[in-house]
Design a protein around this ligand. Structure first.
Ligand SMILES: O=C[C@H](O)COP(=O)(O)O
Length: 271
């Protein structure tokens, strides 16, 4: 049984900051330095609660140089990846390049890719497999729009996205993946799904993975919630049994606010 209050977890919590199209490479270096200072000063245990940032592509080399040069304890990833490995794909970035830049993670199927660039589950599947081919851990984003939520079909809709993206992957490939539940109506709107909503969906996602890929894959799978997360609501969402972390957008652009989210346990103790 997961314990969220005595320091023992079934899975290492992951607090991930998706910067979206914000911060140039110089601002990226400043934010990563300040974030690390704040967390180090607060004696944050990075092994116990993992911290990841997802800067724009153009920042990754600078972040790599800083993290490797100063041996910083946080990790980083990219916000998107090409489904192809190399070739005539103008503007695309391959998983191989990201791997070479020291990325651990890559976002796949973020709702902004789906709505603004027409990416569907088949594209997510191809991107997932490209990431896995090059040793990256995909963070697959799934979640329903407001119309689907209002119709009451949000669970079926989100499970269909999960199945569409994972279809054909092996148990081994699914184990250790990360899936982020991000209800589209809660992204950047200030509307937050309640802790119960996050738990209901994360439990449904884990059960579905267990039924298709086995208990081991389901136990290893880390499930994040994303959508208007702030330091004031992070702890209550992370209290839920099946929520293993957070994918934070806007609030990750402020180092003090993001550090406060990372230190959610502090809020659990002081709430
Ligand atoms: O990837 C992050 C999500 O889109 C959430 O963004 P937000 O925290 O600004 O609502």
């Amino acid at each position: 049984m997961t314990s969220k209050t005595n320091g023992v977890y079934d899975r290492t919590p992951l607090i991930a900051g998706n910067w979206k199209m914000n911060l140039d490479h110089q601002q990226a270096v400043t934010l990563v330095q300040k974030l690390t200072w704040i967390l180090t000063d607060a004696d944050h245990d990075f092994e116990k609660v993992e911290v990841a940032v997802f800067p724009p592509f153009t920042d990754l080399r600078s972040v790599q140089t800083l993290v490797a040069g100063d041996r910083l304890p946080l990790v980083y990833g990219a916000q998107d990846v090409s489904a192809e490995d190399s070739g005539a794909f103008t503007g695309e970035i391959s998983a191989q390049f990201l791997s070479k830049l020291g990325c651990r993670y890559v976002l796949v199927g973020h709702s902004e890719r789906r709505t603004l660039h027409g990416e569907d589950d088949a594209v997510s599947h191809r991107k997932l497999t490209a990431a896995l081919r090059h040793g990256l851990t995909p963070v697959l984003c799934v979640g329903e729009g407001l119309d689907v939520r209002q119709d009451g079909h949000h669970v079926e809709h989100t499970l269909a996205q999960l199945r569409g993206a994972l279809d054909g992957l092996s148990t081994e490939q699914v184990t250790d993946m990360v899936v982020a539940y991000e209800p589209v109506w809660a992204i950047g709107t200030g509307e937050v799904a309640g802790p119960d909503d996050a738990q209901q969906m994360c439990a449904a996602l884990r059960t579905d993975v267990a039924s298709r890929y086995g208990e081991e894959a389901a136990v290893g799978l880390r499930l994040l919630y994303g959508g208007s997360v702030k330091s004031s609501n992070a702890a209550s969402i992370l209290r839920e049994k099946d929520v293993d972390g957070l994918l934070v957008g806007g609030a990750s652009l402020d180092e003090a606010e993001f550090a406060s989210i990372v230190r959610f346990e502090h809020h659990l103790l002081t709430d």
